[in-house]
Unconditional design. Structure first.
Length: 90
């Protein structure tokens, strides 16, 4: 059983406010997330263990972007998103 059998995937863009570590300028950035929502209809070819796993699964989001480019024209350096959180349960 694969995740694509359990979840529907959809890309979302969320705004987040970050400060560039090089120039220290704060801006709003668009961060891409992959939203995985549990499918409404369960597959009929699942065994007992897979059906239990399907019941326990929850909707969640995975961050796609790890690096951002500074919006300051004089800086324009790439920096890593300073949050350790890359998965969010909904």
């Amino acid at each position: 059983m694969h995740e694509r059998d359990i979840f529907d995937e959809k890309q979302e863009i969320k705004k987040a406010n970050f400060a560039c570590p090089n120039c220290r300028e704060r801006n709003d950035y668009d961060v891409r997330w992959l939203k995985r929502t549990k499918k409404k209809n369960s597959s009929r070819h699942l065994n007992e263990q897979e059906r239990a796993q399907l019941q326990k699964s929850r909707d969640y989001m995975v961050r796609v972007d790890d690096m951002l480019m500074c919006k300051n024209i004089r800086c324009r350096k790439r920096f890593e998103i300073p949050s350790a959180q890359s998965i969010v349960f909904i």
